[in-house]
Ligand binder design. Structure first.
Ligand SMILES: [Zn+2]
Length: 307
């Protein structure tokens, strides 16, 4: 079993615990926040590990534009800075912190990764300077303002008619590791369209019902995972390119194989683990109870038009 499911997912369903403080991102406000002795800096190394024990250290020295201002948690201002080495660093997969600190880590990883790719204007090639506490970049040549990008990805727990879950092993993963299916949304595509395309391409699975569950940032380097549950069939032949193997699992098979070590599921804190754990306790929502289908039918009846 993967420990206590759900606990680290809660922050993504609720009012944010991290206040991104959009009204105080001018240089004067940020300088004042930096100079406040209660303020803290979260250190992140080049392997996306974050500092722990302590989680954040006091601000010191001069503020520089590559130090991101993340916002406030319970009135405390939090910054993030990249460092080369972090002796006590942890990965979010290994040691998810509490809800507020998880939001700080995800914001820090996302914005610091963006800084490393955002050195030149993508429009004119001019150099940029960071602004808004590191959450925007202004081109010195054409004055365009750029913002951190987020790449949407879909992840789906596919159930068959017997309530078995489709688990698959990616070619690049360690032996026995498996998870639910996932893939990136392409340009001009809806998340639902991407879902049908990805599971068909990779696993030969066709979907008869799809239902949205929620989202979670996954800044490795900049994904937003959009989670779904779906009903599917097929899946007898994976592509053998991205996926090495995949298939339908009963709960009993999952329990037996995780116990003997021939199936390794995602660690807590990931949306994949949340989907799998919900299925293991029989609590994944029913894919067919997708309310839009009923509402769309009523809209057509009332307006006489399709959209
Ligand atoms: Zn430019």
């Amino acid at each position: 079993m993967t420990g206590t499911p759900f606990v680290n997912m809660h922050p993504w369903d609720q009012v944010p615990l991290l206040d991104r403080d959009g009204a105080h991102r001018d240089p004067e406000s940020i300088a004042a926040a930096w100079g406040d002795e209660r303020s803290r800096v979260l250190l992140v190394d080049r392997s996306s590990r974050f500092g722990i024990a302590p989680f954040g250290i006091p601000t010191q020295g001069e503020y520089d534009e590559h130090t991101a201002y993340l916002g406030r948690v319970d009135g405390t201002c939090w910054f993030a800075r990249r460092v080369d080495e972090l002796p006590t660093g942890r990965m979010i997969r290994d040691e998810p912190p509490d809800a507020a600190n998880t939001q700080l880590v995800m914001a820090a990883l996302a914005v610091l990764a963006w800084h490393e790719s955002m050195t030149h204007c993508p429009v004119c090639g001019g150099t940029v300077r960071l602004a808004s506490g590191g959450f925007s970049a202004l081109c010195r040549e054409c004055n365009r303002e750029h913002f951190p990008r987020t790449d949407p990805a879909v992840i789906v727990g596919v159930l068959d008619d017997d309530d078995r879950l489709f688990l698959a092993h990616q070619t690049s993963w360690a032996q026995w590791r498996a998870s639910v299916l996932a893939g990136f949304v392409e340009a001009g595509e809806s998340a639902e369209n991407a879902l049908h395309r990805e599971v068909s391409e990779e696993a030969g699975v066709r979907l008869s019902a799809v239902r949205y569950l929620g989202s979670q940032p996954w800044p490795f380097p900049r994904s937003l995972m959009l989670a779904f549950v779906a009903r599917g069939y097929g899946g007898h032949e994976v592509d053998h390119a991205e996926l090495q193997w995949g298939g339908w699992f009963t709960r009993e098979e999952v329990e037996a194989r995780t116990a003997e070590g021939t199936l390794v599921l995602p660690g807590i804190g990931s949306v994949a683990a949340r989907i799998i754990d919900a299925w293991r306790i029989g609590r994944l929502p029913v894919p067919e109870e997708n309310y839009w289908a009923d509402i769309d039918a009523e809209l057509v009846v009332r307006t006489g038009e399709r959209f």
